[in-house]
Structure formats: C-alpha cells, structure tokens
Design a protein around this ligand. Structure first.
Ligand code: PNS
Length: 158
C-alpha cells in the first residue's frame, strides 16, 4: 500500500490544492492531508475549520483519504504514521527554490522523500493569500475555490 502525505496551510483550500490532492488519489492507494495548526503567516481560519473544509470537500473519498491537523515537524507526523512520501504541488519556478530547500531538509532529517507535482496551469497563479485578499476586498473568488470555501470567506469578511 502506498500513501502520499499532502501537507499545507490550506488557509483556505483552493482549487489548486484540490487538483493536486485529487491527482494523488489516482496515483497512490491512500492520501493523508496534513493541515499545519500554526502556519507561518497568521491564519484566517482555525486548524479545525480548515480540517472540516477539506473533510467536506473529500467526503466521497473518505475510504482512501484522511485529514489531520499537525504541529511540530512534518517528518515526525509522517514517521508516526509510517508514511514515506511527501507530495507538494509546484506552481512556478518561483516555488521551486523554497520547496527544494524544504524537501532536502526533510530528507536529511528523516530519509523521507518529496515528490513534486506540477499544478494544472489553470491554477498556476492561484494562492490562498491572493484568494483571501480578493475576498477581503469584495472581489469574486468563483472558480478559484469551491463554493463552500467561497461561502466561508464571504461570511468571514462580512
Ligand atoms: O501551504 P504551505 O504554507 O506552503 O505549507 C508549508 C508547510 C506546512 C508544508 C511547511 O511549513 C511545514 O512542513 N511546516 C511544518 C514544520 C516543519 O516541518 N518545518 C521544517 C520544514 S523543512
């Protein structure tokens, strides 16, 4: 059985995140989505809210997908669950430098490898930060995030 670990802040989950997780579901037997409890930037949604959003979005895949909050090192979370592959989406070359650094640090800490999946070009410009800014300033986020997430953003910025 192969399991992919898809970590992130998911504040909030975007269609780009969902595309990467969906593709992992076609490549791996199981997927564990790890939601960092305390992201480096202050979060709009609590860890419980972000976990609940992802669980709802992947309700139909629950036999093969779990969502968990985590704090501390990602590799400790992975080792506790015997997961040996981390999967990260890459939007552009600008993502690569930082992602490469993290992948190499994680490998040196634990031997756990990171695989990169190029994001669908349709979502290449998409980020949670930009989605929050557009929503905060009253713009439409339709097509950028699922409807449930758009509704949660609307409510949060009401
Ligand atoms: O969605 P993001 O913000 O790009 O996700 C970044 C995340 C959560 C994957 C990364 O910050 C992380 O793994 N944090 C956990 C702490 C950790 O293990 N740090 C060392 C990474 S080299």
């Amino acid at each position: 059985m192969s399991t992919a670990l898809c970590p992130g802040s998911f504040d909030p989950p975007t269609n780009g995140h969902i595309d990467v997780i969906r593709r992992c579901l076609t490549i791996f037997d199981d997927v564990v989505v790890a939601v960092v409890a305390n992201p480096s930037k202050s979060a709009l949604f609590s860890a419980d809210e972000r976990v609940a959003m992802l669980e709802e979005l992947f309700e139909a895949d629950r036999d093969h997908l779990e969502v968990h909050p985590f704090s501390g090192l990602l590799v400790d979370f992975a080792r506790d669950r015997n997961i040996d592959v981390i999967v990260k989406g890459l939007r552009a070359v600008s993502d690569f430098e930082y992602e490469l650094q993290m992948a190499q640090m994680n490998e040196s800490l634990s031997g756990i490898n990171t695989l990169f999946l190029p994001t669908n070009p349709e979502f290449g410009y998409l980020s949670s930060s930009l989605v929050k800014e557009v929503a905060r300033l009253g713009g439409s986020v339709a097509g950028l995030v699922p409807e449930t997430v758009a509704a949660a953003l609307k409510e949060r910025f009401a």
